[in-house]
Design a protein around this ligand. Sequence first.
Ligand SMILES: N[C@@H](CCC(=O)N[C@@H](CS)C(=O)NCC(=O)O)C(=O)O
Length: 221
Amino acid sequence: MSDQKILYSFRRCPYAMRARLAVASSQERFELREIILHAKPAHMLEISPKGTVPVAQLEDGTVIDESLDIALWALRQNDPEHLLTPDRGTETEMLSLIERQDTSFKPLLDRYKYHFHSDKEASLAARDDARHFLADLDAQLANGDRLFGDRTSLADICIWPFIRQFAHVDKEWFWSLPYPHLIEWLDVFLNSDRFAAIMKKYALWVPDQQPVFFPEAAQNQ
Ligand SMILES: N[C@@H](CCC(=O)N[C@@H](CS)C(=O)NCC(=O)O)C(=O)O
C-alpha cells in the first residue's frame, strides 16, 4: 500500500515508453522509478517477480505489469486526447494491430537488432520478414496521418516506440525504404513534444529518495 501510484520504468525500453506515453496523455500522476535491467530494485521484484518493466502499482496495492494493461488502465481513468476512440476504426481493431506488433513483429525486431553485429545472415533474414508489418503499416498510413485516422490513438503510441527501435538498428537503410507514409509517421513522432516529454533523463531510483513525479505537470493525482 502506498499513498502514491508507482511506475517502474526504464527509459530506453519500448514497452516502458508505451506506458509513459499513455500515462503522460492521461495525466494520471505516478511516482516514476527509473531502473536499469541489470539492477532491478527488490521492491519491483517483490511486487512483480517476472522482472520486466514497466510495472505499475496503484494506491490500493494492485500491480499491473504489462505495458498495454498499464496504458489501458491510465486511459480508462482519463483520456483527454481520446486515444481509445480513434477517428477511424475501433478499440478492438487497434488492439489487434498492437497484438500483431507484440507477438509477430517484436520477435523479428529482437532477432534483427541483437544479431546485427554477430550473425548478419540471421539478422537480415529477420529484417526481411519484418518488412511485411512495415509495408502494412505504410499502407494503413496512406489513409490518414495516423494509424487509425488523422488523430493519434492508442495504436500509434503503442507501436511507435518499436518502429523507432527498428529504425535505429540501421538508420540509413530504414530511412531509404519505399514506405513514405511510415517514415513520415515516425518522423512526426520523433520530433514531437509527446516524445520529448517521455524521454527526459531521470537519475536511477534509490529507496527512500524524494519522489519524482511523472508526468511532471499532471493534473490528476
Ligand atoms: N510483455 C511485457 C514485456 C516487457 C519487457 O519485456 N520489457 C523488457 C525491457 S524492454 C524487460 O523488462 N526485460 C527484462 C530483462 O531484460 O531483464 C510488457 O508489455 O510490459
